[in-house]
Each structure stands twice: as C-alpha cells, then as structure tokens.
Design a protein around this ligand. Sequence first.
Ligand code: C2E
Ligand code: MG
Ligand code: MG
Ligand code: MG
Length: 286
Amino acid sequence: RKGAGDVSGRLFRCTFYSDPEHERLLREKEMENAMEGALENGEFVVYLQPKVSLETGETVGAEALVRWDSEDRGLIPPDEFIPFFERNGFVIKLDLNVFEQVCRLMRAWMDAGLEPLPVSVNLSPLHLQMPDFLDAFEEVRERYAVPPRLLELELTERVAFENLELLRRVVDDIHARGFLCSMDDFGSGYSSLNVLKDIPVDILKIDRMFFSSDDERARSVVSSVVELAKKLDMGTVAEGVETIPQVDILRSIHCDAVQGYVFSAPVPIDAFEKMVFGEDGGEIHS
Ligand code: C2E
Ligand code: MG
Ligand code: MG
Ligand code: MG
C-alpha cells in the first residue's frame, strides 16, 4: 500500500494500492470458511417484506429475504453473498434453510391461532439443475404441517432460461406439490415473452426497473404486462415501488399488489408480526 496522493488546490486524491480483486478473493475465502458454521449458528436470518393489496390496502402476504447476521461483519445484505454461494453451490442449502425458517414461522402463527399469511421464498436458478430438489422442500413442509398453498416459490427471470422445457417441468412439479409459483424480476431478463407464453406461473413479480422513471413508455409496458397477466390468469405484484404516485398508477391499471419501500422495507420477523398482527405479535414465540 502506497501513501496518499497529492494535494493540489481543492483536489485531494488518495490512492491505495490494495488490489480490489485480491480483497474480493480474501472475502470469499472468509465466507467459504464461515458459511457452514454460520448456518448452524442461525446467522442467516429471515427478514419479511409485506405485499400490500391495491384493492383493500391490506397486507396479503410477504417475501422472505435473507440477511447474514455475522458476528464480525454485522448485517450483510444478500447481494454480497448470494452470488458467491451460487458459484460454490452453498445456496442450495441456504435456500432450504430459509424455507424451513418460514415453515417454522407459519407453524408458530397457526399454533397461536393467527391467520397465517402466505410467504414467498427465493429459489436460486441453481436448483433447476437438481431434478429432485423439491423432495427436500416437501419433506420440510410436511414436517411443519403447513398448507402448501401458503408457500410460494419465486424463480428469477434475471437469468436467461436456455431450457424452457426444464423450467416448465419444474413449475409443473411445484404445482403438483401444491405450492404456488411466481416469476421474480419479470421483465429484467431476455425471455420474458416466451416465459409468459410457455410457463404457467401463478404470479408475475414485475421488476422495479419499470418504476424507476416516470416515463410514459415504461408505464404503457407495465400496463400491458398487467393486462396480459390477467388474461393468462396470473396475479401481479409490482416490486420496488417507492412513491405514492406510482401506487396510484398501479392501482389504476389494476395491478394486484405492491411490494416496496412505499409501504415497508424488509423488516425482522418480530417487527413484521407487530405490523400485521398488532402488539400481541410479541406472544407468538414464547
Ligand atoms: P428479489 O427477490 O428481487 O427481492 C427484492 C429486493 O428488492 C430485496 O432486496 C428488497 O429489499 C428490495 N426492495 C424492496 N422494495 C424496494 C424498494 O422500494 N426500492 C428498492 N430500491 N429496493 C427494494 P434484498 O433483500 O437486498 O435482496 C436482493 C436479492 O437477493 C433478492 O432480490 C433475491 O434475488 C436475492 N435473495 C434474497 N434472499 C434470498 C434467498 O433466501 N435465496 C436466494 N436464492 N436469493 C435471495
Ligand atoms: Mg424475490
Ligand atoms: Mg425481484
Ligand atoms: Mg431483484
């Protein structure tokens, strides 16, 4: 590491010769060493983000989003470890662990006499390469005796699906086991129209990039997508919605639900329970 650069006028340039590529490899090595222990210690925690119905204004479900609560590094967002875990395969175990946490939570809601809300979990595209992965999900669901209709599996459209036939088979298998299936990040991939044509998911989650501008054309696209989804009998959830005007537009084009900071960021489970079930949410896990 060399020292600071020059100070000239108002310009202060500071150059450190620590190779970012080297740092990344070090971090990945650290994660590799820590991941199994972290899973056992319960460091992968589930946050929940509400999905709000545009018709009733009520919370009609939630998405489970994982964070790594690391002793050394604090709360790490998924974008910093999921891509690596997709490369080393650990995401397979992690996704199942997240799913189990969700099933355990729903069991607790039902045991407390609360009306359980449907919760979705994310599936890494890596699962598609393992034909029998749903056996493990079904085993967990049965163990907690959660009705499968309350569980939704999200497949992401961000990857190019080269093999739509395989995708179709997975979606059919998800349905055969009674789970719901959604297409995440819809519109961000390359195959969106083929996916619509060939893959009978229950819900389209429309990617937030469509809401990042108030551009008239983007709005037309979203409105057409919502209309198409309805014709194909799919529900629609708009992701990443941040403003009230966006909500108003989405309501006017009959989008079903909104998931975004405008209503709530993802929050820890106890905070979610307070939000949805009121203060007696505190008694659920006693
Ligand atoms: P995703 O599944 O598309 O989840 C939505 C992401 O958008 C979440 O980021 C959420 O916090 C963020 N978000 C929600 N509302 C807003 C908004 O109004 N504005 C903005 N700017 N962002 C919003 P998060 O939690 O950081 O997760 C990022 C991605 O990591 C997820 O995208 C998903 O692809 C992946 N991920 C998260 N948990 C899991 C998991 O358990 N398994 C797998 N395989 N992937 C996961
Ligand atoms: Mg998702
Ligand atoms: Mg998404
Ligand atoms: Mg995303």
